[in-house]
Design a protein around this ligand. Sequence first.
Ligand code: AHR
Length: 303
Amino acid sequence: MGVALGLSFAAHAEMMIGFSQIGSESGWRTSETASIKAEAERRGIDLKFSDAQQKQENQIKAVRSFIAQGVDGILLAPVVETGWDQVLKEAKDAGIPVVLVDRGVDASEDLYLTKVASDFVVEGALAAAWLAAETNGVCDVVELQGTVGSSAANDRKEGFESVVSNFPAINIIRSQSGDFTRSGGKEVMESFLKAENGGANICAVYAHNDDMALGAVQAIKEAGLNPGEDMLIVSIDAVPDIFKAMADGDTNATIELNPHLGGPSFDAIKAAKAGEEVPKWIKANGPLYLPDTAAEEYKMRSK
Ligand code: AHR
């Protein structure tokens, strides 16, 4: 009897949480998914995972299905910023707290519990400040933007521009979306090099994520130039592969985006359930890394 009871308690999950993930467009995204799943398992949370394959309509369907299943809370990594009001209202009406993980939405704050995310504007500003210092404020930059309409792309662009606007000789000469993918970064960089007559005048690449920067590295090499030397490259995420590229001299700086967002998200839902106050934005910003520590970081992070 005692054993049977023990087993039934062990099988009862602490909470049932739905997680609507964007997809697996980048190395960072894959790490974030793995980290959130591992954290759920560690805490005995029954995690219902749904991969939206980059489509907002799939995310809306997933959220509705989580509501129908009566989950205790929902983690939503919104692919784009707009178009969430209706489904967030449905979750709110059902009494289910929604935590925005990693990206933000353009919707009233009372429709979700909290956002667990880095400040993307600060990341963009940090990238620009590094570039301005490195180039003495003189540089023609090309920008590889993330997914069109995403808060990560919008805010990283805004942060970068807000700093370079103070430097009249830093010009963003080309800017286009590579959709946060390595192949997108390569393709767009190839078109930039072509449009700029081979790219000898391009002083730097600002990529909204590391994967696009790594794609750009390939394109620059194939064009017969030396990435990291002929052209500075600064990006965001701090995935293991970018540390390898920095150690090899192919890129010059990255800003860390923390992928371990499960813990604070689950804590927020638990706190809300216990009637505690939860801040509207739980920030998770990371530092800028340079080539001097890249080999060591790569060794630690690629284990
Ligand atoms: O929303 C965060 C961004 O999305 C990461 O920088 C990028 O790698 C990802 O796919």
